[in-house]
Design a protein around this ligand. Structure first.
Ligand SMILES: [Zn+2]
Length: 114
């Protein structure tokens, strides 16, 4: 089984990392189609008002807000965003995340992995 990994939704205008997608089963097969699940995702940006790039994620995933880790153990983190809501827009086949700043003073943080 492939390892799990993280994928990130990033603002198309200001480059802030908005949503942390933890992909746990990238090879999960949809029993209705016999093919892997493929999700198209997009998030709003609470920092500049624009939106993320539409990003494809395959398999089973857990979404979360984004926080910058200050150490390898992830014990000290600066929260940047939190997820408020998740919707599925069937007409556009798009999973849309509603993202808020983690607090009124939260700064837009860029993913160090990108
Ligand atoms: Zn932005």
């Amino acid at each position: 089984m492939p390892n799990d990994y993280h994928k990130y939704l990033v603002c198309s205008a200001c480059d802030a990392t908005l949503v942390d997608i933890w992909v746990v089963k990238p090879d999960l097969i949809n029993p209705l189609t016999g093919k892997p699940f493929v999700w198209r995702m997009q998030a709003n940006c609470p920092f500049c008002g624009d939106q993320s790039y539409i990003t494809e994620v395959v398999g089973k995933y857990f979404p979360g807000g984004y926080a910058v880790s200050l150490d390898d153990e992830h014990e000290n983190e600066i929260p940047s965003t939190i997820l408020e809501n998740i919707n599925y827009n069937e007409a556009d086949d798009l999973v849309t995340f509603t993202v808020m700043k983690a607090n009124p003073h939260a700064k837009p943080c860029k993913c160090p992995l990108d």
